[in-house]
Write a protein that binds this ligand. Sequence first.
Ligand SMILES: [Zn+2]
Length: 528
Amino acid sequence: MSDLQKPEDYDRQCPGQNYCISDAICSARRARNYPLCKDCQFHNQSVPDSKSTGDNHIVVQAGMIEKIFKAYDVRGIYPDALNEDIAWRIGHGTAQFLRSQLTGYDRSDPKVNTLAVGRDMRKSSSSLCQAFIEGVLSVGVNCIDVGMIDTSQMYFAINHLGVCGGVQTTASHNPANYNGFKITGRGGKPIGQDTGLVEIKRIAAAVPARSSLPQAKVVQTDLAEQYKQFVLSFLKLTPGKGKKTKKLKVVVDASNGMAGKYWPIIFGDLDQIETIALNFEHKGEFAHDPNPLVEANLQQCRSAVRKHHADLGICFDGDADRCVLVDEKASPVPCDLLTALLAKPFLKDNPGATVVYDLRSSWVVREQIEQAGGVPRRERVGHSFMKRALGESDGVFGGELSGHFYFRDNWYCDSAFLAVVAVLNILYEQNQHIGRLIKPLKRYHASGERNFRCEDKDARIEQLGEQFSDAKIDFLDGVTIEYPHWWFNVRKSNTEPLLRLNMETDSRELLKEKMAQVSVLLGEPVEY
Ligand SMILES: [Zn+2]
């Protein structure tokens, strides 16, 4: 159960202000030397969990809010860029925006006029989430506090509870001093820059601080059991014809994140799985950065697979909505090849369906989908594009190189646990190791993503189109240039002066040759 406070616990007031605040907010204000604290009776109480910034006053500036709103979510360092006051504002703005999306009877239905709010295990998540909830209540929108959850569970909560949206307090794979909010609309619809984040930002910056009294209700609920049943309803674990059942030994690295709570709940009592647990504790710090896409962060998982002769390794990110697999020989499994592998069973059950993949993926993905009678759909990088593409085409499954996997039966949303279930199903059905299943898909040679410093990104991308004008070219995301034996994509970073290159060829020699040819056109290589 969540340890958040109930509204009836709101019994403090800043001198001269006429609304009540919870002691969590009071504590956060004292930690930051809120200007009214010096005249307050609670002023001299100790502040155990909060971090002082040394500032003498807080001025919430629109500029601060501007910086933490990214393309798909809100993210910043706590408490310098994102603090409880800003969280309250974002809660207020989010509730106003999501309520404005309701039409007809839904506008007056209290069940729909409700927001689900959850949080991850970061030290600052509890107080930020609390402040966010207060902001939501101030608009007259009810809250269901679903406690400490993985981000994919929020998509389940929104649909299971039938509410107008949900917000997860998390900074995903960022270091421990970061936090943020992932905002999702009704039915699991992503809220990004073009679909509401700009409006939420505008309201958050404009609302006078703590401008209204809470007028709505907050209830706490724990959906763990229902969520477990939902995830396990996809698990088959049936051996194929003539194949024997075998217990699978799985190394699970939770990266001190949310998988540490939910792996035991969901998979802990299955006889067919023996778990070797790494980094399941929540200490507010991470043994390694909670980002499995960085090879260094897979080291612990890989050595444990070797040491225990495990069948499979799984490394989750901080909020457990992404995972990267390690095969029985301790080699990482590229996420695009995993998409290619999983497409087949999905297409067997859903003949002729669409499978969506991000445009950096290997040629193998398209080939496997076509071979299995499906419709391949290449899509821009980014979860909102992937979800939209899957929804539009009513596609059955989708995968991104970042380790996000999307499912029609998960409201077109991504879920790392459902990806794991699909992998377990295929391993059981084939009675084969993951490395053996992936091996035939390693038909091409990929560069991996390489970054180049470039100030004039658009001009450079346009030039590439002219320089390789005899190729098959498209501008779906940056530029993709395709020849019979090789292809590459160059797209720009949204936030930095960087171009990102991905290349694939049908021979190792050609990869070396073409990388040398294209790299010089892009600018100075950067090592991240
Ligand atoms: Zn994540």
